[in-house]
Design a protein around this ligand. Structure first.
Ligand code: SF4
Length: 364
């Protein structure tokens, strides 16, 4: 059996899975790179392609895999016999003056050959839009109708185990012109705005800040996002002056922008605290989950610690190699009279390392 390798396959510039973000903002461009969640998703998809979970890494991956297999079996029990079963089907999506392509996880042509079930597995925790509102489903369905001219009806399903949900919708061939029109509009807007990042920034009004900015590679420099931050800050402090969000490199404006950044930072810290509390209270929040950072432990009795270490073969020199003494704190213990000579002696012994001077911005 061939081992699937999803990691190395390419993506269209405006791939079906990114259209949700491009529809929200034509300037959106995803970041390069991967994440542990994306890598887990890839492994589960590869396992589902060949129905072989042996290469999965964790118990959680096995659980998600099993859940998806079960969800698909349950959902497919609603349909007549399957005539043809295709995994990882690549669909070309021909649009009005543009195009895209993508790979959908399952395409099952039903007996009679005029109906099919198309499905995509969602292994993450994000809330998934139902197929009738989902740009990825719309793009895959469009490509499938174009590839299989005899098919009149496609039932599109998302299996979302982390929300125990199978989301489905039936598209008909009559939906095709509207699907093509909607997809063409979104991609053509992206094709017009995205290239402007190569030579500067798009116009302020061409970008629309949304919750998806956090996935956009231009998040740090986007003027529209700057404008949004300034309007948030002005709501929090009505005395703030009007500021041009594109003027971030002008030193004359930096103190105003710095104050705005502080106001929004404080507000954002309070939102982060509230979000953490809500998750700790068991609330379900879209795309967010509680992650344990472990617990810190520290020794409360050094003398006993040294004795126990010695008993376990760890001598004093080895222990001292593991610690950094707080110089200023220890110097205070020498008392006011000998504090300075204590510090001088340490310096003369060549045992004090001094870092580069550190700075922060202080307000007057
Ligand atoms: S950061 Fe700017 S370009 Fe990116 S999605 Fe947000 S508003 Fe659009």
């Amino acid at each position: 059996m061939n081992t699937p390798d999803h990691q190395s396959r390419g993506h269209a510039e405006f791939s079906p899975s990114s259209l949700k973000y491009v529809a929200a903002c034509a300037g959106y461009q995803g970041r390069d790179g991967t994440s542990p969640a994306a890598e887990m998703g890839t492994r589960i998809h590869e396992a589902l392609e060949v129905f072989d979970p042996s290469a999965l890494h964790t118990e959680q991956e096995h659980e998600i895999y099993e859940q998806i297999v079960k969800m698909e079996q349950d959902f497919m029990s609603n349909f007549a016999e399957i005539e043809e079963e295709l995994n990882e089907i690549q669909v070309e999506v021909a649009l009005d003056g543009t195009e895209t392509w993508g790979t959908c996880d399952r395409f099952l042509i039903l007996k009679g050959s005029d109906r099919a079930v198309m499905a995509d597995y969602k292994t993450g925790i994000s809330i998934i839009d139902p197929p009738e509102k989902n740009w990825q489903a719309k793009a895959y369905t469009t490509g499938a109708f174009q590839k299989y001219p005899d098919i009149k009806e496609i039932v599109f399903a998302f299996y979302v185990p982390q929300h125990s949900a199978t989301l489905h919708h039936t598209f008909t061939r009559e939906d095709l012109p509207t699907l093509v029109e909607d997809l063409s509009r979104v991609i053509k807007a992206g094709e017009e705005v995205r290239p402007k990042w190569e030579s500067g920034t798009p116009e302020l009004e061409e970008c629309t800040p949304t919750q998806y900015c956090r996935f956009c590679r231009h998040e740090d420099t986007c003027p529209a996002l700057g404008g949004l931050v300034i309007s948030v800050a002005k709501k929090l402090d009505t005395t703030l002056p009007d500021i041009d969000p594109t003027d971030v490199d002008n030193p004359a404006r930096l103190s105003e922008l710095f104050n705005i950044a502080k106001i929004v930072e404080n507000w954002s810290m309070s939102i982060k605290r509230k979000t953490l509390d809500a998750l700790k209270d068991g609330e379900q929040l879209d795309g967010l989950k509680l992650r344990s950072m472990g617990r810190t432990r520290k020794i409360s009795d050094n003398a006993t610690f040294v004795k126990i270490a010695k008993k376990h073969g760890i001598d004093l020199d080895t222990l001292l190699d593991q610690v950094n003494f707080p110089l200023a704190k220890v110097a205070k213990k020498a008392g006011a009279d000998s504090r300075q000579s204590f510090l001088d002696e340490c310096t003369d012994a060549g045992i004090v390392e001094t870092s580069d001077e550190r700075h922060c911005v202080a307000t007057q």
